[in-house]
Write a protein that binds this ligand. Structure first.
Ligand SMILES: [Fe+2]
Length: 261
């Protein structure tokens, strides 16, 4: 057997949907309760659905009993303040696992590259069921910010950068890609991230909103990229040395964390 996957992901592993008219909605994300949760970058999270319905950001595999990233329970205190965000997460009709708003502080390209990680969405996911992918709905208007995707963590030639204006709607196989956001700006970035189970419901949703891949990425100045790559290697070596001194493994960077963004 194998997992059920969307054909839309076969070619590139992500889709970009039609943009959403974010300006027509109230900024519900500013009313939510956020909890400190260290992910890739300086972040906080406002959980909308968690393993138990508690104000909790932990991976469902760390719950008792452990389970995969499905059947999230709504966090009443937050969904009461964000009915539109909840409705948007529910619109595909696919099974929802973790659902939350991420708040990310501005960073730079080298820091984003350092933060590249793969998600662990399919841990404990039973073979023969739907592969879990994640929706990214950008809420704040971050026209100069991009989601970085790389097939190969250290190979800039595999990099795709997708712009994140308000209303950008992406669905990503975040377990396949090394990913992180390069958030340029002065204010935090807010994004609704939802774990969905692949299947006919999600396929129909992607089709309805004209999901496409092959996003055009303009190459960056090679000297700028090389400088950032060098900085990342330096930081990773420094981190490895620190962890080694503490007797801990050093790779991958986010293996024991619930990375997001
Ligand atoms: Fe992630």
């Amino acid at each position: 057997m194998s997992y059920i996957r969307s054909r839309a992901f076969e070619k590139d592993g992500y889709v970009v949907l039609d943009p959403y008219d974010q300006s027509a909605d109230p900024k519900e994300w500013l009313d939510l309760e956020y909890v400190d949760w260290k992910s890739s970058g300086e972040t906080r999270f406002a959980p909308l659905a968690s393993a138990s319905g508690d104000m909790d950001c932990n991976g469902f595999w760390n719950h008792t009993p452990p389970r995969t990233d499905k059947d999230g329970v709504w966090v009443e205190a937050n969904v009461a303040k964000a009915p539109i965000l909840k409705a948007r997460a529910e619109e595909p009709g696919a099974n929802i696992g973790r659902c939350r708003v991420i708040e990310l502080q501005p960073n730079d390209y080298a820091t984003a590259l350092y933060n590249l990680h793969q998600d662990d969405n399919n841990r404990l996911n039973p073979d023969g069921t739907g592969w879990i992918v994640r929706g990214y709905f950008n809420l704040s208007d971050d026209k100069d910010s991009v989601l970085i995707l790389r097939e190969d963590r250290f190979d800039p030639d595999t990099e795709v950068r997708i712009a994140l204006p308000a209303g950008a709607q992406l669905i990503i196989d975040t377990q396949r890609f090394w990913h992180a956001v390069w958030h340029q700006g002065t204010e935090p970035r807010y994004c609704l991230i939802t774990s969905w189970e692949s299947g006919p419901e999600l396929d129909a949703y992607i089709e309805k909103y004209h999901g496409t891949s092959g996003y055009p990425t303009t190459p960056l100045d090679p000297a700028f990229v090389e400088k950032a790559q060098t900085e990342v290697r330096r930081r990773l070596a420094e981190r490895a040395a620190t962890l080694s001194a503490k007797g801990r493994a050093s790779y991958p960077a986010y293996d024991d964390e619930d990375s997001d963004d």
